[in-house]
Design a protein around this ligand. Sequence first.
Ligand SMILES: C[S@@+](CC[C@H](N)C(=O)[O-])C[C@H]1O[C@@H](n2cnc3c(N)ncnc32)[C@H](O)[C@@H]1O
Length: 390
Amino acid sequence: MVIKVVILIGGYMLFVKEGKALIKTKLNEKEVFYNPRGKFTRSLGVIVVAAEGEVKGRELVVADALAATGIRGIRYFLESGKVKKLFLNDISRTAYYIIQENLKLNKISGESAIVTRLDANSFLSSHFKEKDKFDLVDVDPYGSPAPYIDNSVSAVKEGGILAITATDLAPLCGIYPWPAFRKYWALPLRGEFCHEIAARILINLVVQSCGRKERVPEPILTCRSEHYIRVYVRIKKGKRNFPYEKIGFIYRCEKCLEVYVRSIKEAFMNKCPICGSNLLTSGPLWIGDLHSVSFLDKLNRVKDLVEEDRAKVDKFLFFFKKELKMPPYYYDVSKACGLLKKSMPSIQRIINALISMGFKATRTHFNPVGIKTTAPYKEFLEVIKLSTKA
Ligand SMILES: C[S@@+](CC[C@H](N)C(=O)[O-])C[C@H]1O[C@@H](n2cnc3c(N)ncnc32)[C@H](O)[C@@H]1O
């Protein structure tokens, strides 16, 4: 229910009654974000907090890192009966003041609620110490929550809950697939079940972050409603039971519309198009250049400043330049000689032979007997055979 109150002096002011909370959304003519379309997600959040209080058998410490009017946390406090302490943070000055007014309006004391005005990442990272972490961290930003995932995972107590909202459904639902990939490291799928794919991509973002921090995620509730996707993920310590088998791909035939699901392990099992054997897979990884041409030029200009390791610095700078615009791997000549049961030929002779056949070829700083070349491995072996005696 939305109640508008006209104040005679000081202009027009909007109060909102949502659940048990009465919320002011405007301060000195400045609006603070309040979206009535988010009411259901806040109502669902109330029962999540209530249920989690029962799971834990105690009252909880809860944070809303991007709190706006504070309505979400205030409703959790007033309606779940399970919030011991509430942390409400927002970067906006107006939000900071209005949250304090709203806490007073709802008779929540300064002992029960702490208000801060920080960037969400600074706020979350100031709660990394075990004793300062939260039972539930709520991240409800404009658009994508991706910038806040790493710090929010770290701010969740052992066995606590990370609750995140995403409203950037255009990329997540496949209208802009590559911007989605940039933010989420996953390609969405446009079409009939795009919202479920969006939710699964969001969960996978939390899963990736957990993996980096030796934590194990378990999605406990996932919801699409109105203009957003909302996921609740329980986060525990550990690495042994990381859910590799639950990460994967969903494929859809663009012609017959059949759907296929493959775990990441299955998806990485590919066959060699030349000989049909298993392809050993690496990645996703960077396959672009490893150095910048202009920065290498700068390094060459200042290299005389260093006296230590001069010969090695020169050699490496030379190889770095050679590695540019070459394939993102190299072949090991000693390994090839082992396969062919041949003695080691001169590396430069092989490079010259490859170049004379029309391939690009160069040494690499990664390995003194490594060669980067555009030649297929078969041709590389042929060159070694011809360059060596048995
Ligand atoms: C979508 S609103 C939050 C809505 C609120 N959780 C609710 O349920 O009504 C996003 C809020 O994030 C705040 N914000 C934007 N960037 C921020 C940042 N980097 N750190 C903290 N708060 C930020 C904005 O001021 C805005 O109030």
